[in-house]
Design a protein around this ligand. Structure first.
Ligand SMILES: [Zn+2]
Length: 406
């Protein structure tokens, strides 16, 4: 039994029309008008496939095949970043729909119930990343949900006005969660390893954890024409020094981990004034918890050292923290066996990007399949896949589901 690639492609292309951005690509953040259109579209597809539709208080959408019992859950997310692509998340939900449709069409009756899921706001346009899967897992922080500001500058509560959802319904969504047997997710790699290796399938063994810090160096403003270099307390040079030496530290001592200084604001930001203050973001990732923690300590110490040599002060606060996750060895084992039977080549991968799978992983056995995306590009209108890779990824998903559900 195989998936119907034509139907899967048709569905992906149809969904890409909902929330089409005039600049190219797709803009479909959760609880936007485009998102509600996409939700209605998905509901129709779920009902058309003869699956049982339901939605929880966080707007996570489900399509169930089978009765009671511990559920094999499979899915991803339909929301996108602003001006994102047509494949990130979407292929996971629609491949899940395709797998369940095929099982239903063949009249198979797996021992365990299967359910597809589309999680709300994986991309973190609202309050923090993974709102829907964290609500599903019961990992939401009440204060963050109530007080956090969305990327649209409005509180979540205001965005929910006029919808069927509320802060309370989101916070209580986890009470509607079924008992879980396993969770599976198919996703684009969002990196270039598979493409470089010329392999269609990545079997994800770990998902990296991350730490976000909001940092500042505070020095002293001075005249750019008259202040001798040795008398300056230049907050920008401290930041540049930190970014460079921090990267060297990771590259030499913790190769494979990641550091990114992604957003920098220089104050006062004038042509001829020595910068007095620089605010910047620090994103640190690693697939091992001990490394992540050690790295955080080493980087903060480096920043303090740089501050003291340059006569500046360093401040930082933690914005977000996610622990690394090891995925289920029994599921990766099944996937490797099924790849062998299907004749697909595969490699093991660590995901540097976060996914709903890492939120669900503490609740149940969890597995993830990656397929290549062109040039490793994602979160962009240029996001593209090879449909043959998707066919393989979805067939592997189908065989893994059947193994887990029987
Ligand atoms: Zn995604």
């Amino acid at each position: 039994m195989n998936i119907d690639t034509k139907r899967l492609r048709k569905n992906i292309e149809a969904l890409a029309q909902i929330g089409r951005d005039p600049r190219g690509g797709v803009t479909r953040p959760s609880f936007s008008q485009a998102d509600f259109e996409a939700r209605a579209w998905l509901k129709d597809r779920i009902c058309e496939a003869g699956l049982c539709y339901r939605q929880d208080g966080a707007g996570n959408i489900f399509g169930r095949l089978g009765g009671d019992g511990r559920t094999v859950l499979v899915g991803s997310h339909l929301d996108t970043v602003i001006n994102g692509g047509a494949f990130d998340g979407t292929i996971g939900v629609l491949a899940a729909l395709e797998c369940l449709s095929r099982i239903k069409e063949e009249g198979l009756e797996p021992t365990k119930p299967l359910e597809l899921v589309s999680f709300t706001d994986e991309e973190g346009n609202l309050v923090g990343d993974f709102l829907g899967s964290r609500a599903f897992a019961g990992f939401l922080n009440k204060e963050e949900v109530e007080k956090g500001l969305t990327t649209f500058g409005r509180p979540l509560k205001a965005i929910l006005e006029g919808t069927e959802f509320s802060l309370d319904s989101i916070l209580e969504a986890h009470k509607e969660r079924p008992g879980l047997e396993a969770y599976l997710e198919l996703h684009i790699e969002q990196g270039a390893t598979l493409e470089m290796e010329g392999v269609p399938i990545g079997i994800v063994e770990r998902i990296a954890g991350k730490i976000y810090h909001q940092c500042s160096f505070v020095g002293q403003a001075a005249h750019g024409g008259t202040t001798p270099l040795e008398l300056r307390h230049d907050a920008f040079l401290a930041t540049a020094d930190f970014a460079l030496r921090g990267t060297q530290l990771v590259a030499t001592k913790h190769y494979g981990s990641m550091i990114t200084v992604g957003k920098v604001a220089v104050h006062p930001g004038s042509f001829s004034i020595v910068p007095s203050k620089v605010d910047f973001t620090l994103d640190v990732r690693s697939s091992a918890g001990e490394t992540l923690q050690a790295l955080e300590g080493e980087l903060l110490k480096l920043a303090e050292d740089i501050a003291s040599t340059r006569g500046a002060a360093f401040f930082s606060r933690t914005i977000d923290r996610t622990e690394p996750v090891a995925l289920s060895e029994s599921i990766t084992g099944i996937m490797k066996e099924e790849c062998g039977k299907l004749g697909y080549s595969w490699i093991p991968l660590t995901s540097g990007a976060g996914h709903d799978a890492q939120i669900v992983a503490p609740l149940t056995e969890t597995g993830m399949i990656f397929i290549p995306c062109r040039d490793g590009i994602s979160h962009s209108p240029d996001e593209m896949i090879d449909w043959k890779d998707l066919e393989k990824g979805a067939n592997l998903l189908l065989q893994t589901l059947l193994r887990l559900a029987s």
